[in-house]
Design a protein around this ligand. Structure first.
Ligand SMILES: [Zn+2]
Length: 215
């Protein structure tokens, strides 16, 4: 453990309530004190949120009724080697923006885009024209045998589409989807990712505290 703490650690989570974005139509995040220590004996908060609030991961059950649920993954599935790759395309992460040969079988990949570098991911305000993972790139993620794909906005999918091709593609191969990671301070390279979800029974997703540990 001490060896880990000697390394550079990046907290790539957004702060719920101040930085996090409510996806249109989803349950907005709120935390309200229902008791306070002034009037009562303690402060006690009530949380209302989506499983997809803030930095979170999606599992196959999100789009597939028969897909793997959160509790069907091992805790070690949420600790893995990942590569951070910066993509400067301002519209999407496309097939041609990435050197796919760099992505190793079984590892994860996180795409850093202008969503992070321009501060969209932690602005607290939803914007529709965020950089998304194109369906073609999602297919390449699967062909590389990656086990996790992440992006620096609240969804990997282009906003407003009728069919969620990118989600369906990767979740159809049991790839974990990590969304709303803030990579603004993280240089490209290899890291150990820890993104432990809440231990929720039967869930389609969970908020996580995500960190990257440099080599
Ligand atoms: Zn999600």
């Amino acid at each position: 453990m001490n060896q880990i703490l000697e390394k550079k650690i990046y907290d790539i989570s957004v702060e719920l309530g101040t930085e996090s974005i409510d996806y249109p139509g989803d349950t907005p995040y709120s935390r309200n004190l229902i008791m306070n220590a002034g009037d009562s004996f303690c402060n006690l908060s009530r949380l209302e949120m989506s499983c997809h609030s803030g930095t979170h991961l999606d599992v196959p059950y999100h789009f597939y009724s028969e897909g793997k649920k959160l509790d069907e993954f091992a805790v070690t599935d949420f600790i893995k080697r990942v590569q951070v790759i910066e993509v400067t395309n301002p519209i999407e992460v496309s097939e041609t923006d990435v050197d796919w040969s760099k992505i190793r079988q079984g590892e994860g990949v996180l795409f850093k885009t202008r969503n992070s570098t321009e501060g969209l991911v932690n602005s607290g305000e939803f914007v529709a024209d965020f950089v998304y993972l194109s369906p073609g790139a999602a297919k390449r993620v699967n062909e590389c045998g990656a086990s996790l794909v992440g992006i620096d906005y609240i969804s990997i999918e282009k906003y407003g589409v009728e069919h969620f091709h990118s989600h369906l593609e990767v979740l159809g191969k049991d790839v974990i989807v990590l969304e709303a990671v803030n990579l603004s301070k993280v240089p490209e390279g290899y890291y150990t990712l820890m993104c432990l979800p809440l231990k929720l029974n039967g869930a389609d997703a969970s908020p996580v505290r995500a960190i990257l540990i440099a080599d």
